[in-house]
Design a protein around this ligand. Structure first.
Ligand code: C2E
Ligand code: CA
Ligand code: CA
Ligand code: CA
Length: 276
């Protein structure tokens, strides 16, 4: 697998084959993951930048494969979209997170990731309604995190969905801002309550040679002017915390405060007051 042209070719080709094989395995197993109870939700705190008190938990799905261990959601969510089962998995995640949020000893918000494919499907608003009804979660405690890719679809339909969700009293956050084909026109009409600044802007922001800190300030300024909150994602070090706080983000999330933790641990930390 090392050295000249032919060896290299073989290397890449078997690598590709391995990749395809792995993918087929994941596809087969993912179809059964729900029935086999292999999926769960983890929770990561989002803190206020002035007090470091927890304002919300973001729910992050986990798949523990019996042989492979944890499979990254980046990987299996994409597979679920291709297989056409994202709607099922997404609905399960939505319900699970709403049901678990009502068990918390404090009325914090729960921020739930919604895939664009799921968001633009007919019946998504009904899914949200039914999750709220089944769990009795107050709508204002539910925040849906969506990415710019929802704007690729039918604009009128997307706008209608936004308005119906706002009507329900649910909050909307624009996730991974600045990484896709960001367009300021998205912010013009969409009723977002929050913008999440992608962690790629935090990485390296403490290095004076790059523009990340300036971009962060600009996004925060824009969000402020539009009356939206801002979350800086992926804060890992005290230096990064200092920097993003100086740039004015209203909320912070990252390993510095906590990694995503299982539901029982989140409850325990809240009860013990470890998380305020
Ligand atoms: P995301 O929504 O942008 O979530 C943030 C990701 O960054 C999470 O990865 C989180 O664990 C990680 N993270 C948080 N703080 C830090 C930090 O300080 N440093 C670093 N390096 N990483 C940090 P995770 O849980 O692996 O999720 C990856 C992506 O998978 C998510 O990105 C989201 O796009 C997707 N995803 C996760 N759960 C769900 C879900 O329930 N539904 C849908 N549709 N997508 C989900
Ligand atoms: Ca998210
Ligand atoms: Ca994000
Ligand atoms: Ca992401």
């Amino acid at each position: 697998a090392k050295g000249g042209g032919r060896g290299q070719y073989r290397f890449y080709s078997s690598d590709l084959e391995e990749g395809a094989k792995l993918r087929r395995l994941l596809e087969e197993d993912l179809r059964d993951a729900l029935d086999r109870d292999e999926l769960s939700m983890y929770y990561q705190p989002i803190v206020k930048s002035d007090t470091y008190n927890v304002a919300a938990f973001e729910s992050l799905i986990r798949w523990e494969h019996p042989e492979r261990g944890f499979v990254s959601p980046e990987e299996f969510i994409a597979v679920a979209e291709d297989l056409g089962i994202i709607n099922q998995i997404g609905e399960w995640a939505l319900r699970k997170a709403c049901m678990q949020a009502v068990e918390w000893p404090v009325d914090l918000r729960v921020a739930i990731n919604v895939s664009a494919t799921q968001f633009v499907q007919d019946g998504f608003v009904d899914q949200v309604k039914s999750a709220l009804q089944a769990s009795k979660l107050k709508p204002e405690r539910l925040e849906l995190e969506i990415t710019e890719s929802v704007f690729i679809g039918d604009a009128a339909q997307t706008q209608k969905t936004f308005l119906e969700l706002k009507e329900l009293g649910v909050r909307l956050a624009l996730d991974d801002f600045g990484t896709g084909y960001s367009s300021l026109s998205y912010l013009q009409h969409a009723p977002f309550d929050k913008i999440k600044i992608d962690q790629s802007f935090v990485r390296g922001a403490t290095d004076p040679d790059n523009n990340n800190a300036a971009i962060m300030s600009a996004i925060v300024g824009l969000a402020d002017a539009l009356g939206m909150e801002t979350v800086c994602e992926g804060v890992e070090t005290k230096d990064e915390l200092k920097l993003v706080t100086a740039r004015g983000a209203t909320h912070i999330q990252g390993y510095l405060f906590s990694r995503p933790i299982p539901h029982e641990e989140a409850i325990e930390s809240l009860s013990k007051g470890d998380l305020k």
